[in-house]
Design a protein around this ligand. Structure first.
Ligand code: MRU
Length: 373
């Protein structure tokens, strides 16, 4: 997507041919800044500190992290240590796991002197695959938005989204927002209700920034306003992303997604979830039992980061001193609340049969079918 007219991805290789540059998402929406990653430790920190975030981008960063690791030391020991370090960064998004496992397989079978080159090649491929997948999701989701437009007598199609599942969460295009961008570009009148998404405000900070830069009309609302708007008929459809999808169609996404799906069901509003095949964990049937939910530093709950009147990024405390707080980063929306899944292979019901109709009989590996087919 474009930033001030310049086509930009969220992660790229610098002109030196080895160091990696990422958009520093902790500075957005107030400042566009990038970070240079030179070591696997930099990549791991970028993921855990959410300089990069969003399931597909976490995976892509891990791939380049392993390339940086192999450049420094291509031994078996460093491969094992680096994969362990990257896997320890964030537990919920499955993309991180399949990327690390894919590279561990490929690199583990190669002689040490070939590993660095192979790792960079894999990282490049993973980034390009992500872009192609998201464009395909966009095309399938666009058809759904067109259907909703046909149902309306007049006015904009109102889409509610949670968190940021736009291009900043991926290498480019995004998942849930790819159809929105394509609809806007096709001249469809769309308006997005952007939930702020406490505690890290990915909606208010990132989604609103993205949509604004692309010229898509949008309105930021507090997280608890979504249900009210649905009750008043002011939401035509919900569209979110997912960090991990089970073989049965349960989806795990940013905390608060489940509540929105419940409200959507109560008000007869379709609840769509956009996902790339690599976000499917074929080993898990029950999302509530099987998906690890990240718990982050409670300080993200007790403080809010914003721009001060003098223009600096500042954290302000919003709770009493020494107040206990818990920071659950994700929740699971059961498949029964999901109207349909939008994948790069088409739209399907959130059921085992629906997913199998697109991906075939799962072979058991994480994300495996998405990559092999
Ligand atoms: O904690 P984050 O910001 O990494 O969470 C991101 C999300 O929940 C997105 O909705 C999800 O990764 C899908 S994005 C393509």
């Amino acid at each position: 997507m474009k930033v001030d007219g310049v086509h930009t991805r969220t992660i790229w290789l610098n002109d030196d041919g080895w160091s990696v540059e990422v958009i520093d998402q902790t500075c957005l929406p107030h400042r566009f800044a990038t970070r240079r990653l030179e070591r696997v430790e930099d990549a791991a920190l970028a993921i855990s500190d959410m300089i990069v975030r969003g399931a597909p981008l976490i995976g892509a960063t891990a791939a380049y992290g392993l390339a940086l690791a192999m450049r420094a030391d291509a031994s078996d020991l460093n491969l094992a240590n680096s994969t362990r370090m990257l896997l320890g960064t964030r537990p919920t998004a499955i993309n991180l796991h399949w990327v690390v496992e894919r590279l561990r397989d490929v690199l583990g079978r190669a002689p040490a002197q070939r590993r660095c080159e192979l790792a960079y090649e894999q990282a490049r491929q993973i980034c390009d695959e992500d872009v192609a997948i998201n464009q395909a999701i966009g095309r399938h989701g666009l058809a759904l938005i067109e259907e909703h437009r046909r149902k309306r007598a007049s006015g904009a199609v109102n889409i509610l989204t949670h968190c940021n599942a736009g291009w900043l969460a991926t290498v480019d295009w995004g998942t849930a927002l790819a159809p929105v961008y394509m609809a806007h570009d096709a001249g469809i009148d769309v308006h997005v209700w952007v939930e702020e998404t406490r505690p890290r405000n990915q909606g208010a900070g990132l989604t609103a920034w993205e949509l604004g830069h692309h010229g898509v009309p949008h309105t930021v609302i507090v997280d608890s306003a979504g249900a009210h708007l649905m009750q008043r008929g002011r939401v035509d459809l919900c569209m979110t992303g997912t960090d991990r999808t089970t073989a049965t169609g349960d989806v795990c996404n940013k905390i608060g997604t489940y509540l929105k799906a419940l409200a959507a069901r109560d008000n007869g509003v379709p609840f769509y979830v956009a996902l790339p095949g690599p976000s499917i964990d074929w080993r898990i049937d029950d999302g509530i039992e099987g998906i690890p939910i990240e718990e982050r530093d409670p300080q993200e709950v007790t403080t809010v980061v914003g721009r001060s009147p003098s223009g600096e990024l500042t954290a302000v405390q919003i709770t009493p001193d020494a107040c206990a707080a818990a920071n659950f980063a994700f929740d699971v929306t059961p498949a029964r609340l999901v109207t349909a899944l939008i994948t790069e292979r088409g739209v399907c019901p959130a059921t085992p049969a629906g997913l199998r109709s697109l991906y075939g009989q799962p072979a058991g590996g994480i994300g495996e079918k998405a990559l092999s087919g």
